[in-house]
Write a protein that binds this ligand. Structure first.
Ligand SMILES: Nc1ncnc2c1ncn2[C@@H]1O[C@H](COP(=O)(O)OP(=O)(O)O)[C@@H](O)[C@H]1O
Ligand SMILES: [Mg+2]
Length: 361
């Protein structure tokens, strides 16, 4: 995957216009607040049509503008393609185009353009709330297999309708959504379980390879694993019925599950040091990258936001070897100063200043 052109209008502090980008990628140098992260955010947006910084499209809109437009032109092997998103604050509408053709369904556009972001906030994957880990899991699986995204959409729709009925105190109406919920929910759980099982060993070895030596790291799935079988849902939903009605929400299902990350048997979230949490987060991001590569046979662009600045030189070298060794990905990497970059990166240098981005050295 190679991004050849990025067009932005109304995005954060970025100057409106089109950038023609180098095939190898670029180092994006600039002081704080100049727009480096915003640039990566724009590049990553058309992967799943959401920002990696916020769940709210409205936050991406430059202050005072009515909306934003982000378009990417890219090469997927020998194919030249485009994907674009236009968001308007009025009505909160998001329009998506793939190869110039408007599409109504996210599933038809998701993952056409592939990029994986590494950012300092990733540490929240190990240190933060379950929501972030579910999002990680869902994004990774959706990009590996569009059918997962379709199933997840069916699950979310059944869940939303069931919860709406529960909010009205209508247990009878809520029960009408039990079957679609069970059907899609079981597929979601079973796909997630299969991934956790396949990825567990790589997570363990990944942490060692990144220099973590204080115990064995494990990746598990936290949730009602029996719900991978659609037949198991009936009983669980009946059991949960009084609680569901009291809380006016569905209290069983994969929307409540979590990834279980441990080091030496202890939860990284509660007991890990910041350094250990950061290493675990990087290992998860590498898993995301490998999962997508393996499933699609394509090599996502790497968008690296200040990630090396926080690692010691030894860990920098290990991560650089994992990211750049044996892979010829296009790489966009931000840093405030050149000395905060890993050694041996032969990339053109671009300067980012007050929302403008241009070649320079
Ligand atoms: N919606 C927005 N509209 C206009 N400016 C914004 C918006 N959101 C953030 N900014 C500003 O954009 C600038 C660039 O931010 P960022 O891309 O994070 O910079 P960098 O990564 O180079 O430190 C910041 O000065 C920030 O205040
Ligand atoms: Mg930044």
């Amino acid at each position: 995957m190679r991004l050849t052109r990025l067009t932005v209008r109304g995005v954060r502090n970025l100057a409106d216009g089109t950038l023609e980008l180098p095939a190898a990628g670029a180092v994006l140098l600039g002081a704080n607040g100049q727009g480096k992260t915003s640039l990566l955010e724009a590049m990553a947006f058309p992967v799943l049509f959401r920002s990696f910084r916020t769940a709210m499209d409205a936050e991406v809109v430059r202050f005072g503008e009515p909306g934003f437009h982000i378009g990417v032109a890219f090469e997927d092997g020998a194919r030249a393609r485009t994907v674009a998103a236009t968001f308007r604050l009025l009505g909160r509408r998001k329009q998506i185009e793939v190869d110039g053709v408007p599409t109504r369904r996210l599933v038809d556009a998701a993952g056409a353009w592939l990029a994986v972001v590494f950012a300092p906030e990733d540490v929240q994957l190990a240190a933060g709330a379950a929501t972030g880990r579910r999002l990680y899991l869902d994004r990774t699986l959706a990009l590996a297999d569009p059918r997962y995204l379709a199933t997840l959409a069916r699950y979310r729709s059944a869940l939303a309708q069931r919860n709406a009925a529960l909010r009205q105190g209508r247990a009878d109406l809520a029960a009408a959504f039990d079957l679609p919920l069970a059907d899609a929910g079981a597929a979601v759980v079973s796909r997630r379980l299969a991934w956790v099982q396949a990825a567990g060993e790589q997570f363990t070895t990944g942490l060692v390879a990144l220099g973590e030596q204080s115990g064995e790291a494990t990746l598990g799935y936290h949730g009602a694993v029996e719900l991978a079988d659609p037949a198991a849902w009936g009983e669980r939903l009946v059991q949960a019925a009084p609680r569901d009605l009291a809380r006016r929400a569905t209290t069983v299902g994969p929307h409540r599950d979590d990834l279980d990350l441990r080091l030496g048997g202890r939860l990284l979230r509660d007991y890990g040091s910041t350094g250990q949490q950061r290493t675990a987060a990087v290992a998860l991001k590498l898993l995301e990258l490998d999962t997508i590569e393996r499933a699609t046979g394509r090599c996502p662009a790497l968008l690296l936001d200040d990630v090396f600045a926080e690692l010691d030189p030894e860990r920098q070298a290990r991560l650089a070897a994992r990211l750049f060794g044996g892979r010829s990905a296009q790489v966009f990497i931000t840093a405030p100063r050149p000395d905060e970059l890993p050694r041996g990166l032969a990339l053109p240098v671009w300067r980012v200043s007050r929302g403008q981005c241009q070649p320079g050295d």
